[in-house]
Write a protein that binds this ligand. Structure first.
Ligand code: GTP
Ligand code: MG
Length: 210
């Protein structure tokens, strides 16, 4: 018998201009708009996924990365099943800001700690000053230990498409697994435990990489 279609709500988060809209565009329409139009409000796109016989619709919520627009983002967080948390590998500030995004998301989605995938975008622009894969992986490992479940890290390019499909599919897969378990991970951690988030600032970035 065919599995029933299931809907998942996923936020795409990260600082302004890290490439959230571009990643969604690449994932849904397989294109990239090179001109930067800052997102205002919220845009929704639907990704149709068939994973191991599970017909799934992932509703991707694209919000503005401007910090001051938190009141607006707050309206869209409730009942999210997961999030893609994105930084730009060429701007270390956007990497250092990741814990704030995770904290904002977990504290406002009404479900606490749900699956997230960490994404380092603009891999096509990598140079000697970029955030290294090792630094990002190290941070993803720290985050995973804190959360009590794996938080995968992907490097992507919305320009050439590398890693994009994998990152979105992994998020969908983890949201499916979580829903099957019938609960959200792990009760032992409370999303509003600010102290544990502060301890999770990304590892200090080596001066060589600034
Ligand atoms: N070279 C390169 N450029 C990218 C990539 N992803 C996005 N861009 C460019 O970066 C700029 C910002 O991308 P957006 O997707 O609009 O960024 P955003 O995160 O949605 O920004 P806000 O909506 O303001 O929060 C645009 O000019 C994109 O074309 C990438 O992987 N490689
Ligand atoms: Mg945008």
């Amino acid at each position: 018998m065919k599995n029933k279609r299931t809907y998942y709500k996923a936020m795409v988060l990260g600082d302004f201009s890290v490439g959230k809209t571009a990643l969604i565009d690449r994932c849904i329409n397989n294109e990239l708009k090179k001109i930067y139009f800052p997102s205002l409000g919220c845009n929704m796109e639907v990704k149709d996924v068939n994973l191991d016989g599970y017909e799934t619709l992932a509703i991707l919520f694209d919000v503005s990365g401007v910090q001051s627009l938190l009141p607006l983002r707050k309206k869209y967080y409730p009942n999210s099943d997961g999030a893609l948390v994105v930084f730009d590998i060429t701007r270390s500030k956007t990497f250092n800001n990741i814990p704030n995004w995770i904290e904002e998301f977990f504290n406002n989605n009404g479900r606490g700690i749900v699956p997230i995938v960490l994404v380092g975008n603009k891999s096509d622009l990598r140079d000697e000053n970029s955030i290294t894969t090792e630094s990002a992986l190290e941070y993803a490992t720290e985050l995973s230990k804190w959360a009590g479940f794996e938080i995968p890290y992907f490097e992507t390019s919305a320009l050439d498409g590398s890693g994009v499909e994998e990152a979105f599919l992994t998020l969908v897969k983890n949201m499916i697994i979580q829903k099957q378990k019938g609960k959200h991970p792990p009760e032992k951690q409370q999303a509003n435990n600010k102290k544990s988030m502060i301890q999770l600032k990304p590892p200090t970035i080596n001066k060589d990489h600034n």
